[in-house]
Design a binder for this molecule. Structure first.
Ligand SMILES: Nc1ncnc2c1ncn2[C@@H]1O[C@H](COP(=O)(O)OP(=O)(O)OP(=O)(O)O)[C@@H](O)[C@H]1O
Ligand SMILES: [Mg+2]
Length: 1089
């Protein structure tokens, strides 16, 4: 197989989803395919589509549009893009499809186009024309200049609608003029400009409106939207009711904001290119027209008996004249007189009131209609293409629809005539086109029966016997001419015409037809019978404006008004009658038809679904009527006469190629051959289709539907197939992906597992290796150590051996105990060294110095210790040797005290630092104690004041305590009288507590002289010293150790009683002084803090 890279276009084509009108169809999108084809199914199909918001339906290339009466979301920029450059039958029917087709064939095939929009009033023609224009504007070229042209073309609409549209009972925005607009394009399809033609404005509306209708929009817009200032300038008042020309019936229209629309119109005028002064002039004319209606006349009889009229209130006239710059007297005269000129003779006649009103209204109508024509000309000036190059043209025709009112007058007659003409051109062109296509495609043409309305057109426009010709003839005829004479004439001439009906006609058919009044005639239009009132036909056809009025207008200083009435120029008096309205219209219609015939027609046939202007209502009868007169069924029949359906070979093959194996999926040959193969394969009967040059023609819609059904079935099968293959592909892809993923995962896992395993093995190997290496190393070390030991052993052995050898050799030279000597010598040397070193290292001589040098050799341990002890003893001795005898005594006493009390009495440590002074009281020197001194002749060891505790109550009394060599004495502190004297031999014991107090008891030998009152309980600050000295003195005198009892509870003898002295923990409230209390005869408590 050969591979080729697709071009981007081919790719796009492949990607593009081919759609068709036949897809998702509601009902049938193209009436040509309707089966069975009859009125009911036709209407039902429209209704079904309308109910589903499908307001457009095709008949071949004709678009039927049903007014939705509400905004549908089908005109968005996205929709424009959707329909842009698409085949006509590719998407669901739409006005955009037709616009696109027309624009593209204009641009690409250089064919001028016209878009003919027809339908009755309110069917949506004007909206359709705007949609076409906006679509074309959206898709055609871009750029600043082009955009300005587009904008001007589009903005011409609001201006013309304001001046030419009005609310009627049928349509709130009814076009009261016909409009044909040529949009001109350059070769690229960029818009260059445009030309607008207008047809017969319904000017009678200016002065009178039927019930429930309004005057032209602009009047209401000015009054609602203009500023006070502007209104003042225009000499207008805002109140609608002030103006006779404004029907009050429906001054306001629902959903219409006149004021806002006024702003839109002014803005549009500016965009289109109106100068400010032009705009101003236009509104001045409008104001003048409005004010004209307020001029009223009253009858006045002249002397000569002729009726005359006079203006009732001249104020309005004055204002009009100020506004338009007309001389008031001139205008006043023009309303009162009529000058008839014949053969250079001027005859002036007065106007009666009726004639004056007629003149006023005629002036108002003329002013307004001429203003409208001027506006069109002015717009054309602005939108005119600026270049002279050849232009391509697209014409859009939006002309008033067929009208049947209760009272139909000249205007309806003219409008309906125009519609007849359009119908005719439609028939002609459709047939022509059909025929041309058959010829082009080389298919045999079969004749088709259809109603041709040429006969009706002839009834109206025939130059000799046509109604319009009759009317003109009547108007021009000398003598009295009335509408009745006109009818009579018609009755004579047209009586035999099969589409003309009249009571008066000779033809007796209608003599008894009471539905047909005598002043009327009836025409069977293609769209239905219409009865016309002849009243006003002649006048309206004449469209007479008295020359005095036109001359008065021409005299205005207002340049616009002057320009509107050129015939008023007296130097250019034209005695020839101006062409009648009828003939003017006929001529312009003829020109239009000619113009249309040169272009490629595109039809939009608008249908009005109901009379209520309401959404969602589909009135079958009303629609049926329109279908009938629009000849839509005929249209379908014409399309289907030969072949109902045709399609170019390429799209046909593209659409149905899946129905045949040879053509699916690709057909390599030419499309036509492909279609042939396809149709043969499908066994479609030969009479059912025919091959044209570029198209296949299918005779019967049934065949097409069969094809469609087959296609649908096949598409379902194909969808299943595609789905199957897609699912298979998806599963397979998924499977392959999973497989691939699985392999990847597995490989990664294996790698990981192997890595782990390898790592483990490696680690094990390293461990084993290290063990082995360790083992080997240890083995080697062991061997080496062994070897080393062997070596050492060998060395030692060798040394010993050598020693032995040497000793053996040298034994003879040594004494037997040389070793011992050496040993001792060595020892001596060491000792010597030790002692010499010690000499330098000995610590200080202070007995309390704890330092001692370290021991150098272990064997000197005991020596070292001993040396330390000796040294210490020696330095202590040295220290002691320094003491005098007295010092020695003191230390001896201190030592004694230490032995007695250290670690036994809490008071002791405090006494260590106190020197023992003994005689605290200097008795010998104090004369107070002279008696005491004299009484004691022995050496006093202690003289001190103590507290003696009263045995009875525990209170303390100061006493002098004296210790001599043999006695203990207690004396009064004040007098020095000796109270008690106890020989040391009678002191048996001294008791004290273990605590930090100075209490002590001196126990006396029972029965001794001093023991009469009992033992002494004393307290002293120098207890330790006293006790020590008492002990020492007793020992030295009696050679007996005094018993010192240290206990917190001891007994004392008070007279006959044994009293227990108990030391308890006391409070600190008296400071550190112990308190003593006699509790009872057995207990004396000492509280020690
Ligand atoms: N496509 C549409 N979408 C929404 N509303 C529409 C559409 N076409 C028409 N209408 C409504 O219907 C009204 C009448 O339409 P339009 O003025 O186009 O009628 P017409 O055929 O021009 O009538 P006439 O012959 O009186 O001028 C519009 O004002 C608008 O409200
Ligand atoms: Mg309209």
């Amino acid at each position: 197989m050969k591979w080729r890279i697709l071009t981007s276009e081919e790719k796009m084509a492949k990607m593009e989803v081919k759609t068709s009108l036949l897809d998702n169809m509601i009902g049938v999108g193209d009436m040509v395919l309707l089966e069975p084809l009859d009125e009911d199914s036709f209407i039902n199909n429209l209704k079904k589509r309308y109910d589903h918001n499908e307001v457009y339906t095709y008949i071949g290339s004709v678009v039927i549009s049903i007014n939705p009466y509400r905004s549908l979301p089908i005109y968005t920029p996205e929709k424009v893009e959707e329909y842009r450059n698409r085949n006509f039958y590719e998407l669901s029917p739409h006005i955009f499809a037709l616009s696109d087709e027309a624009y593209r064939s204009l641009r690409d095939q250089d064919k001028d186009q016209c878009i003919l929009i027809t339908g009755e009033s309110g069917a949506g023609k004007t909206e359709a024309s705007k949609l076409v224009m906006s679509y074309v504007a959206a898709v055609c070229g871009k750029g600043a200049e082009v955009n300005q042209v587009k904008e001007q073309l589009l903005q011409s609409n609001p201006v013309l609608e304001a001046f030419g549209n009005a609310k009627t009972v049928r349509n709130d925005n009814s076009s009261r003029f016909g409009k044909y607009m040529d949009i001109e394009f350059d070769f690229k399809g960029d818009p260059l400009g445009g030309v607008i033609s207008n047809y017969l404005l319904e000017k009678s509306r200016v002065v009178k409106q039927p019930r429930g209708e309004r005057n032209f929009h602009i009047f209401y817009q000015i009054l609602s939207g203009a500023s006070e200032d502007f209104l003042c300038k225009l000499k207008l008042e805002r109140d609608f009711s002030r103006y006779n020309y404004l029907g009050l019936d429906s001054a306001k229209v629902n959903g219409v904001d006149d004021a806002a629309n006024f702003r839109t119109v002014r803005n549009a005028m500016q965009i289109v290119g109106f100068m400010d002064h032009e705009t101003q002039s236009v509104f001045e004319v409008v104001a003048a027209v409005l004010k004209l209606g307020n001029i009223e006349f009253k009858p006045e009889s002249r002397v000569n008996g002729l009726d005359e009229s006079k203006i009732k209130d001249k104020n309005e006239l004055k204002e009009i004249c100020e506004l338009t710059g007309i001389d008031q007297s001139v205008l006043e005269r023009a309303f009162s007189f009529r000058t008839v000129e014949a053969k250079q003779e001027k005859v002036s006649t007065t106007l009666n009131v009726a004639q004056a009103y007629y003149a006023r209204d005629a002036l108002a109508k003329n002013l307004y209609s001429r203003l409208f024509s001027w506006l069109v000309t002015r717009i054309n000036e602005s939108i005119k293409a600026q270049t002279k190059v050849r232009k391509k043209v697209m014409g859009v025709l939006d002309i008033y629809g067929f009208e049947i009112f209760e009272d139909n007058s000249f205007e309806q007659f003219i409008i309906n005539y125009c519609n007849e003409k359009l119908q005719q051109i439609f028939i002609e062109l459709t047939l022509k086109e059909e025929q041309e296509e058959y010829i082009r495609e080389g298919i045999e043409w079969t004749h088709i029966e259809y109603f041709n309305n040429a006969i009706i057109c002839d009834l109206i426009e025939n130059n000799q016997t046509g109604i319009l010709a009759m009317l003109d003839e009547e108007c021009l005829r000398p003598g009295t001419v009335t509408d009745d004479t006109f009818l009579e004439k018609l009755n004579q001439v047209c009586a035999t015409h099969q589409h003309f009906e009249s009571r008066m006609s000779k033809c007796s058919r209608f003599l008894n037809d009471t539905s047909l009044p005598h002043s009327c005639f009836r025409i069977q239009h293609y769209a239905g019978k219409v009865m016309y009132q002849v009243e006003g036909f002649v006048d309206k056809n004449n469209d007479l404006l008295y020359r005095d009025l036109s001359q008065a207008m021409w005299k205005a200083s207002h340049s616009l008004i002057k320009a509107l009435f050129p015939e008023g120029n007296p130097t250019k008096i034209n005695l020839k009658r101006p062409p009648t309205a009828g003939s003017q219209f006929k001529a312009s219609v003829a020109t239009l038809m000619k113009n249309l015939q040169t272009k490629n027609p595109n039809y939009i046939r608008c249908i009005k679904p109901n009379d209520k202007k309401a959404a969602h209502i589909f009135n079958d009868a009303l629609v049926c009527h329109q279908i009938r007169y629009l000849g839509l069924l005929e249209n379908v029949r014409v399309r289907r006469a030969g072949y109902a359906f045709r399609q170019a070979y390429e799209p046909c093959l593209e659409r149905y190629k899946m129905l045949c194996k040879q053509t699916w999926p690709h057909w390599r040959g030419p499309a036509r051959a492909g279609v042939e193969v396809l149709f043969n394969e499908l066994e479609i009967p030969e009479e059912e289709f025919s091959f044209g040059r570029s198209k296949i023609f299918i005779r019967n819609p049934r065949t097409l539907f069969k094809l469609e059904d087959l296609r649908k079935q096949r598409l379902e099968d194909l969808a299943t197939l595609i789905e199957k293959i897609y699912r298979g592909w998806k599963c397979r892809t998924r499977f392959l992906l999973m497989k691939k993923s699985q392999i990847v995962i597995a490989s990664w896992y294996r790698r990981y597992a192997q890595q782990k395993k390898y790592q483990k093995i490696k680690n094990s190997a390293v461990i084993v290796q290290s063990y082995i290496r360790g083992w080997k190393a240890r083995k080697l070390l062991r061997e080496l150590k062994h070897q080393k030991r062997c070596n050492e052993a060998a060395t030692i052995i060798a040394a010993y051996w050598h020693g032995t050898q040497v000793r053996r050799e040298y034994r003879k030279f040594f004494r037997a105990n040389a070793g011992r000597k050496i040993y001792e010598f060595t020892l001596q040397r060491l000792m010597q060294k030790y002692f010499l070193e010690m000499k330098n290292k000995v610590p200080s001589l202070s007995p309390i110095d704890k330092n001692w040098p370290a021991r150098p050799y272990l064997f000197l341990d005991s020596t070292h210790k001993e040396l330390k002890r000796i040294f210490h003893l020696w330095r202590c001795k040295k220290y002691r040797d320094q003491f005098t005898d007295q010092q020695k005594l003191i230390y001896e006493e201190k030592l004694e005290a230490s032995e007695l009390f250290k670690d036994k009495k809490a008071l002791y440590p405090a006494s260590v630092g106190q020197p023992f002074q003994g005689a605290y009281l200097e008795i010998s020197k104090n004369p107070k104690y002279k008696k005491l001194k004299d009484a004691v002749d022995e050496k006093i060891i202690i003289a001190e004041v103590v507290n003696k505790i009263n045995r009875a109550n525990g209170k303390a009394t100061s006493r002098i305590f004296l210790l001599t060599k043999n006695n203990v004495l207690l004396a009064d502190q004040k007098s020095g009288n000796i109270k008690s004297e106890v020989p040391l031999g009678d002191v048996t014991k001294v008791s004290m507590s273990s605590q930090n107090d100075g209490f002590f008891a001196v126990h006396l030998k029972e029965g001794s002289g001093a023991a009469g009152k009992g033992d002494f309980l004393l307290s002293s600050d120098h207890l330790i010293e006293m006790a020590t000295k008492l002990y020492r003195t007793t020992l030295s005198q009696t050679k007996q150790k005094l018993n010192i009892e240290i206990s917190d509870e001891f007994l004392v003898q008070f007279r006959q009683d044994k009293v227990c002295v108990k030391f308890i923990q006391g409070s600190q409230k008296n400071g550190n002084i112990p308190t003593c209390k006699r509790k009872n005869n057995r207990l004396l408590e000492v509280a020690v803090p």
